[in-house]
Design a protein around this ligand. Structure first.
Ligand SMILES: Nc1nc2c(ncn2[C@@H]2O[C@H](COP(=O)(O)OP(=O)(O)OP(=O)(O)O)[C@@H](O)[C@H]2O)c(=O)[nH]1
Ligand SMILES: [Mg+2]
Length: 301
C-alpha cells in the first residue's frame, strides 16, 4: 500500500464577529489558543493554531471578525482579517447558522469572490438548528456564492470537525511540516496571559466596556518559589469605566484576577500570581501611538 503524501498549508478563518471562529480554532487544535466570548469583536489579532496529524499539518489562522469599523482599532482588526487572505492556501468562511445571512456576511462574500482561492463555507452552530432549518440555511447560502465546499459544524459541540480536516487535506498541497509537532500557536506566553485577562473582563462586563478595554503585561519576575509574578495593566477609556472594573470594594477586579489566574495556570501549566491595576487612557482606540503600545501594530498583519 502506498503511503499517503504529507500535505501542509495555511488556512485563514474569516467571518463576521461572534460567528464562532475562535471557538472553532480552539476545538480543532484541542487546546485554548484564542480567547472566546459572547461579545462581538473579541479577537483583535491574528492567532495561529497548528494541527499536526500523520498525513498533514494544518496551520489555521484565526482572525478578528470583519465589521464596519468605528475606531482606528476596528480598522486595524478588519484590515488584519482581510490581509490574512493574501498569505493562505485556502479560506474558511464561517457563518452562524442560527442567524439570517445579512449585509455584513455579504460584504465579506463580495471580497472573497475576488481572491481566486478556494473558499470553503463552514456553517457553524448547527446544534441550535433542526435538520430542516439547516437544510434551508444551506440552500440559502448556496444561492449567495459558489463555495468550493460546504461543511456544517458545531464548534461548541465538536461536531463534524474530523470531516472538515479530511476535506481540507485535499485543498493543501504536498509540503513540509512547518512546525514541530508540539507547537500549537505562534504567540508568546506574555500575549496569552494578557488575552486571558481581557477574556475575563469581557465575561464580567457589559455594553461598551468590553470594547474599551486593553490589557498589557508590564513586567514578569520569578519569586524564590519559582512562581511567576506578573504585573498586569487593564486599560480603559474613561474614569467611570475604571470604577466599574474595580467594582465595589475592589470585588470586580478581584474576580477578574482570580478567574484569569486559574485559567493561566491551566492553559500555560505555570503557577502565576497576578498584580492587576486599572488605568485610564482617554480615547486610546483612536490613537495610533496607543494602539502600537497595546499590541495592535500594523506590521503584524
Ligand atoms: N451554540 C453554539 N454556540 C457557539 C458555537 N460556536 C461558538 N459559539 C458561541 O458563539 C459566541 C462567539 O464565539 P467566538 O468563538 O468568540 O466567536 P468569534 O467568531 O471568534 O468572534 P470575534 O472574535 O468577535 O470575531 C460564544 O458565546 C460561543 O460560545 C456553536 O457551535 N454552537
Ligand atoms: Mg474570535
Amino acid at each position: 500500500m502506498s503511503k499517503q503524501a504529507f500535505h501542509s498549508g495555511f488556512i485563514s478563518i474569516v467571518g463576521r464577529p461572534n460567528v464562532g471562529k475562535s471557538t472553532f480554532l480552539n476545538a480543532i487544535v484541542g487546546q485554548k489558543v484564542a480567547i472566546m466570548s459572547d461579545k462581538p469583536q473579541t479577537t483583535r489579532n491574528k492567532i495561529q493554531g497548528v494541527v499536526t496529524t500523520n498525513a498533514a499539518q494544518y496551520v489555521f489562522i484565526d482572525t478578528p471578525g470583519i465589521h464596519k469599523p468605528q475606531h482606528e482599532l476596528g480598522k486595524f482588526m478588519t484590515d488584519t482579517a482581510l490581509k490574512s487572505l493574501g498569505g493562505v492556501d485556502v479560506v474558511l468562511f464561517m457563518l452562524n447558522a442560527s442567524e439570517e445571512i445579512g449585509t455584513g456576511d455579504r460584504f465579506i462574500m463580495e471580497h472573497l469572490k475576488n481572491i481566486h482561492k478556494p473558499v470553503i463555507l463552514v456553517v457553524n452552530k448547527i446544534d441550535l438548528l433542526t435538520k430542516e432549518q439547516l437544510y434551508h440555511f444551506i440552500h440559502q447560502a448556496k444561492s449567495e456564492m459558489d463555495f468550493a465546499e460546504i461543511i456544517p459544524i458545531s464548534a461548541k459541540k465538536h461536531e463534524n470537525l474530523d470531516v472538515l480536516l479530511d476535506v481540507l487535506y485535499n485543498y493543501l498541497e504536498e509540503g513540509p511540516q512547518y512546525y514541530p509537532e508540539g507547537q500549537v500557536t505562534d504567540h508568546p506566553e506574555r500575549f496569552i496571559m494578557a488575552e486571558i485577562v481581557r477574556e475575563k473582563v469581557l465575561w464580567h462586563t457589559r455594553e461598551e466596556i468590553p470594547h474599551s478595554v486593553a490589557v498589557t503585561i508590564e513586567d514578569i519576575t520569578r519569586d524564590e518559589d519559582g512562581r511567576l509574578e506578573v504585573m498586569v495593566a487593564i486599560i480603559v477609556e474613561r474614569p467611570s469605566q475604571k470604577g466599574i472594573i474595580i467594582g465595589k470594594n475592589g470585588q470586580m477586579l478581584k474576580r477578574i484576577g482570580t478567574d484569569a489566574r486559574k485559567d493561566i495556570n491551566r492553559v500555560l501549566g505555570t503557577k502565576v500570581h497576578l498584580q492587576t491595576w486599572v488605568k485610564v487612557v482617554k480615547d486610546w482606540r483612536n490613537k495610533q501611538i496607543h494602539l502600537n503600545d497595546f499590541g495592535y501594530q500594523k506590521e503584524d498583519y
